[in-house]
Design a protein around this ligand. Sequence first.
Ligand code: FES
Ligand code: FES
Length: 166
Amino acid sequence: MTIVTLRVNGASHEVDIDPATPLLYVLRNDLELRGPRFGCGLGQCGVCTIIVDGAAVRSCTIPASQVSGEITTLEGLSTNGMLDPLQQAWIDEQVPQCGYCQNGQIMTAKALLNQNPNPTDIEIRTGMEGALCRCMTYYRIQAAIKRVVQGAVVSATPETDQGADV
Ligand code: FES
Ligand code: FES
């Protein structure tokens, strides 16, 4: 076991873990952040996606002890009690169906817009590749991202009205 310090959603956390423990397990089990989900555990489905220093990372395959950057989870997207525009656009477009994949969809979209704030339709599709949805919500995901790109998010909703797991 070893003490690892993680910066998550603007706060510093020390955890005593096996150095091989995947970051996803630490986020969910030690820090009780349930935005990132467990799916394949193999880096192939995207439901565990979080952001490290602005880029999307599959948290199921990276050991927590190897992460030194600023981690953002779904819970960290809202600021000052208001939803991130992407979360609001997800609501406006009624994107989720079962919802299981949606953490990965939103976090992948956030990283995409971090790197390219004005993507074309093809760039959105390419950037979202690998974030799998068994409910086939891809068209609504695309529409929600385009809302943000076009500045067409309808309303800003207090986070407390929707919960962090949107
Ligand atoms: S659970 Fe991490 S990519 Fe599937
Ligand atoms: S909404 Fe069900 S898996 Fe994507």
